[in-house]
Design a protein around this ligand. Structure first.
Ligand SMILES: Cc1ncc(COP(=O)(O)O)c(C=O)c1O
Length: 352
């Protein structure tokens, strides 16, 4: 495929049918967002930056500042520096050396905060970002957690799925900012009104009414704060996996499907495989696989790291336990986020 520039090469990612012991007549697919130049968030960076240039919120050559330790940082760095903007990325010490090398190699400035504040690493990064914004006149902040152009960027992904598959019955995606799953679901429902949307989160994330547990090892999904871009009303089911289960999912994905990906893809695969095994004949189920595995070689794919972190002591469930929304979980569990409970409301009220 020929492109006249790198930004045009974002999107149009492969959709691959998975070899699974699914129920007869069930087809499960992986949308390989990891095949973007960097990863899934290349789409978001392109859409937000081009929209901001069009609206005048970002002027040509003005600095761009974003808080991220992974895929969003790479996307903003790629699109921003490609278009000639100075790019400042605020991150924390959990950033992996491969991402750091890529960011620096592209010519952006990386600011690493040193300590957590009240809302964990997330709030520490946002505080540093505010300081930077104050010192950089005309700086633009893509605000992936609240900018509606983040979910809007996934209209293209939904259109690709619809073009390839026609109707989709079930969509499975990991949730960090909420942009990818909520944006894809919103756009898909215009094309496949009945699509069921399944969110994947990690144990100890507040996104779906669980109490915050700092020190989570999974990156990309989960949050200590509640982003505006997460619209619970769009989602039909949520699954939480603990760190051991998520990392095991990534190992299963590599061994069983030959897809070497990050821990969010691993969690999505675990949930997708389970749902495919129980789906009615004729069901079409798609999982979104956000990034490649290379930057996780020293963590997810390192047995010494997993042992040092005591992962072997965590439960490793082979199927989810269905719980009432708001029940505190520590192993693979699932619930209906449409169910309101006092416990979940109290957690959500506390993080707003
Ligand atoms: C690897 C990975 N997977 C999943 C997600 C979750 O995507 P979203 O922020 O759209 O909810 C992210 C977000 O940064 C990510 O980096």
């Amino acid at each position: 495929m020929l492109f006249n520039d790198l930004i045009a090469a974002i999107g149009g990612t492969p959709l691959v049918r998975l070899r699974l012991d699914a129920a007869p007549g069930v087809a499960a697919y992986a949308k390989l967002e990891l095949a973007n130049p960097f990863a899934m968030k290349d789409r978001v960076a392109r859409h937000i930056i081009l929209s901001a240039l069009e609206s005048g919120e970002l002027t040509p050559g003005a600095p761009i500042v974003e808080s991220s330790s992974g895929t969003m940082a790479l996307g903003v760095a790629l699109v921003g520096t490609y278009l000639g903007h100075p790019v400042h990325i605020v991150t924390d010490p959990r950033i992996d050396p491969i991402t750091l090398a890529k960011l620096t190699a592209m010519g952006c400035e990386v600011h690493v905060v040193e300590a957590m504040t009240g809302g964990g690493w997330q709030s520490a990064r946002l505080e540093r970002l505010a300081e930077l914004m104050a010192t950089l006149p005309g700086a633009f902040w893509p605000r992936q957690y609240s900018n509606p152009q983040n979910p809007a960027a996934y209209a293209g992904l939904a259109a690709e799925l619809s073009r390839e598959l026609g109707d989709v019955d079930v969509l499975v995606g990991a949730v960090g900012s909420g942009g990818s799953l909520c944006g894809t679901t919103r756009a898909m429902r215009l094309l496949s009104p009945g699509v069921r949307s399944v969110a994947v989160d990690c144990v100890g994330s507040v996104l779906f009414g669980q109490p915050d547990r700092p020190g989570r090892l999974q990156s990309g999904l989960g949050n200590s704060l509640l982003p505006d871009n997460l619209d619970h009303a769009l989602l039909d089911e949520v699954h939480w996996l603990n760190d051991r289960e998520a990392f095991a999912g990534a190992a299963d994905l590599a061994r069983e499907q030959k897809i070497f990906a990050g821990n969010t893809s691993g969690s999505v695969y675990t949930v997708l495989r389970y749902l495919a095994g129980r789906a009615a004949p004729g069901t079409r189920i798609v999982g979104v696989f956000p990034d490649r595995g290379d930057r996780y070689v020293d963590t997810v794919y390192d047995s010494a790291y997993r042992a040092a972190k005591g992962l072997g002591e965590l439960p490793l469930a082979s199927q989810p336990e269905r719980v009432a929304y708001g029940t505190q979980v520590s192993r693979w569990s699932c619930a209906d986020p449409g169910e309101r409970t006092e416990a979940a409301d109290a957690v959500i009220a506390g993080v707003r």
